[in-house]
Design a protein around this ligand. Structure first.
Ligand code: TRP
Length: 391
């Protein structure tokens, strides 16, 4: 029997997902865009090991799905995608991603002005770190797909991350924001609050955003509350409640809590919105437990959880107790453009992590004094002053 390709596998998931959350009329277009962005990596057979240790997902699938529950009861589907060269590597993948961006620009009105202002900072000839350029494809019912890109603050090494982020924010009109954010994430100097993504919406509207993400290593809900204090939108009680409903009591010593600050067209340099991402998969035994927790949280916030159950079943038909990591992160958004909850679902194209796997696979420890007994793939990678990253 001929082995299934990445495109075939993710294309089928995507069609089912669209149907599950009221986006069936967008399925065909979404599938075409996904294959287009994946590029040569999409034609790879899933019978072969992943050609590149993509950090999009734990099993190195180059795609991750997320479903956002909007206030009006509708859903937005997002695809996080890494374009890959047929012979992947840091430079080859960046070239593949830039080629994918060109193809997207032929298809949609993609606004490149923001990227052009920071390109020389974030897209060097010899990218370091786990990626240089990722895509997010946003699929909504009422408009054509929108594209967002993720840049890597660590692309010139961890010791230059602050400089890249500060300069990037200044050039985009958010002058002074770096200091403001830093004041609310005071563990940066110890390497415990670390910039992880610098994201740009590539649409030409007032709603186009710049998002700055930070990973909070060895953190508790209090660190997220402090970070959220950089925005007026912060509802600190809700942050504490959400964190414990989804992740438990903490402290979060395995995968980090992640914050993002959203900057909108620069009427003010201060961030307007805040989101918190809880890596639920590291703090549950299996996906059945993860789903139970997330459903309880949705119910608490008055969100109908039936779409989530359908979305989970669209991605996989496996027994949820048999593995962990299908529900990867859960996020809470506060402030404009809209508040809401988003659930991130792994494609599991290559592998399902065994249940109970996440606890011993203790991940990055910035001071390098944690053991990593479970990491067998390609080991750990450490940059001066940065958290160790294990694949
Ligand atoms: N897989 C990586 C991680 O879990 C990157 C990533 C994918 C991520 N989707 C995310 C990080 C959502 C935060 C939120 O860290």
């Amino acid at each position: 029997m001929r082995a299934v390709s990445v495109n075939e596998f993710t294309g089928a998931q995507l069609r089912r997902l669209c149907a599950a959350i009221g986006l069936a009329h967008r399925a065909e277009e979404a599938q075409a865009v996904l294959a287009d962005v994946l590029g040569p990596t999409g034609t790879r057979s899933l019978a072969e090991p992943p050609p590149w240790g993509s950090d999009i997902a734990d099993d190195h699938s180059p795609v991750e799905y997320s479903v956002a529950f909007e206030e009006d009861g509708s859903h937005t589907l997002r695809l996080l995608v890494e374009a890959g060269a047929y012979k992947p590597g840091p430079r080859a993948n960046l070239a593949a991603a830039l080629a994918a961006l060109d193809r997207l620009a032929d298809r949609y009105p993609v606004a490149l002005d923001k990227l052009d202002r920071v390109r020389d900072l974030f897209l060097p000839d010899d990218p370091q770190g786990l990626f240089a350029l990722w895509f997010s494809i946003v699929v909504r019912g009422d408009r054509p797909p929108m594209v967002k890109i993720y840049l890597n603050p660590l692309v010139r090494g961890a010791d230059r991350a602050d400089e890249l982020v500060a300069t990037g924010l200044d050039r985009l009109g958010f002058t002074g924001s770096f200091d403001w954010i830093s004041r609310h994430t005071p563990r940066g100097e110890a390497g415990l609050d670390q910039f992880s993504f610098f994201a740009l919406d590539l649409e030409e509207t007032e709603a186009a955003r710049v998002k700055l993400y930070q990973s909070h290593y060895r953190a508790g809900a209090r660190d997220a509350q402090l970070a959220a204090g950089a925005t007026e939108a912060a509802d600190t009680d809700r942050i504490a409640e959400f964190t414990s409903m989804v992740g438990g009591d903490g402290p979060f010593l395995s995968r980090p809590l992640v914050s993002s600050h959203t900057f909108l067209a620069s009427d003010s340099a201060r961030p307007k919105g805040y989101s918190l991402y809880v890596p639920v998969r590291d703090y549950v035994h299996d996906d059945a437990e993860a789903l139970t927790r997330v459903r309880a949280m949705l119910t608490r916030y008055g969100v109908d959880d039936s779409a989530l159950r359908r979305a989970v079943r669209a991605v996989t038909d496996r027994d949820l107790e048999s593995g962990v990591g299908l529900l990867a992160h859960v996020s809470l958004r506060m402030g404009p453009p809209r508040p809401g909850v988003t659930v991130y679902l792994s494609a599991e194209a290559y592998e399902v992590a065994p249940r109970g796997a996440s606890a011993p696979r203790a991940r990055p420890d910035p001071r390098g004094d944690a053991q990593d007994p479970g990491s067998t793939t390609s080991g750990c990678w450490k940059e001066e002053g940065a958290p160790t990253t294990c694949r």
